[in-house]
Ligand binder design. Structure first.
Ligand SMILES: *Cc1c(COP(=O)(O)O)cnc(C)c1O
Length: 383
């Protein structure tokens, strides 16, 4: 009866618009290794995002892995437990030790006040995440990095198109890493990028993503294969033509949620501040104690209505078996992250969501928000 509504649905342009790109590829017979679509997408993205250099990757995880290699990060890296597992996994894959810092309850991002106490002689870098595309406190983080001589690599997987003080948040830190996975605001099926600020660094990144080749017979580093293919790059160029419409649609969906879900007691919606331009990548809500259902009950009951919200990010990275032995992973060291992980639920938001679909989500959440009150106490709650 009802169609299923997932937490997200990929941005897809009309299929016929993609055919000319494929025809060009078939005639040029260039499929990868920095072909013309790849070069064009790097330039177009740098221009669109307002950044200096873009290096395209086959996915965001390989881009993170390579960013750490590019800066020769060693030892310990201070990061957030409140993220997708790839953030910390790329540290382990590089033989680095993640050190978890607690998060700020208002932005869900690493709390700069918690960083300094975790620095040891082994610390060489900080890897924060602009969670949900909400900018980190970049100035405070940079100040700490400057004092202690640390590198800053932003996992900016959620932060496509986010601007602060009129400039891209991707211009902060030494490097920023984007993901163009199908679930993200801007996708190339799979894909990612590293944003760098000087040509020498871009060049090293580009060598590293192509086995370390710096010429036909010259290999300068033990690189990896993380190149973006021409088909993904071409798709990215087409997506760029649709991205502004998609961002606007996201904003409208966010505004309607904010207007209509305000009627639900016990739900805290994320109210974004107006000192930055957001991309409305996610719609996070906190299911508070005075909501009549637990977060997991709400999640399950929405599922029964074919509404697939997601608990991003639960469980915390620090609770997984490969991390929980770390001193910094102990729940008492991360009280805010643990609280948020228990309360968080991301409701569906994607550019092609219909008014009807969003109406169904809002109506269901509002109905469930009154459920126990009316059943247990038999008093009709007035919205
Ligand atoms: C999606 C995501 C990644 C990984 O990106 P892929 O392109 O899927 O490899 C890394 N970090 C965060 C925070 C993400 O959400």
């Amino acid at each position: 009866m009802n169609n299923k509504i997932f937490v997200t649905s990929p941005l897809l342009p009309p299929l016929e618009e993609f055919i000319p790109y494929l025809e060009k590829m078939w005639s040029s017979r260039t499929l990868t290794n920095g072909g013309s679509f790849h070069q064009e997408l790097e330039a177009s993205l740098a221009d669109y995002l307002g950044v200096k250099y873009v290096s395209l990757f086959s996915n965001g995880t390989l881009a993170l892995l390579t960013a750490l290699q590019a800066l020769r990060v060693t030892g310990e890296v201070i990061t957030t437990p409140y993220s997708f597992v790839a953030t910390s996994h790329t540290l382990l894959w590089n033989g680095l030790t993640p050190v978890f810092a607690d998060i700020d309850p208002l932005t869900f991002n690493i709390d700069p006040e918690k960083i300094e106490a975790l620095i040891t002689p082994q610390t060489t870098a900080i890897m924060p995440v602009h969670c949900y595309g909400i900018p980190c406190q970049v100035d405070k983080i940079q100040q700490i990095a400057d004092i202690y001589g640390l590198r800053v690599i932003y996992d900016a997987a959620h932060a496509f198109g986010v601007k602060s003080n009129g400039t891209s948040v991707l211009n902060n830190g030494d490097l920023s890493v984007l993901s163009f996975h199908a679930t993200k605001v801007f996708n190339t099926f799979e894909g990612g990028a590293i944003i760098s600020h000087d040509l020498k660094t871009k060049q090293r990144i580009d060598y590293l993503k192509n086995f370390g080749f710096a010429g036909e017979t010259k290999v300068v580093a033990p690189g990896i294969n993380a190149k973006m293919s021409e088909v993904s790059a071409a798709f990215g160029l087409l997506q760029l033509k649709h991205i502004d419409r998609a961002l606007l649609a996201r904003e409208q969906i966010y505004q309607r949620y904010m207007r209509e879900l305000a009627l639900a007691t016990g739900l805290s919606c994320y109210q974004f501040a107006d000192d930055y331009e957001w991309n409305y990548a996610y719609f996070p809500v906190l299911v508070e104690e005075h909501f009549p259902l637990s977060r997991d009950e709400l999640y399950e009951m929405l599922k029964e209505e074919d509404i697939y919200a997601r608990r991003y990010f639960y469980p915390l990275i620090s609770s997984f078996s490969m991390y929980r032995h770390l001193d910094s992973a102990a729940p008492q060291e991360l009280p805010v992250a643990n609280q948020i992980a228990e309360k968080i639920l991301c409701l569906p938001i994607f550019p092609d969501m219909t008014n009807e679909e969003q109406g169904r989500i809002i109506e269901t959440v509002l109905r469930l928000s009154q459920r126990k009150c009316s059943e247990d106490v038999n008093v009709q709650q007035v919205a």
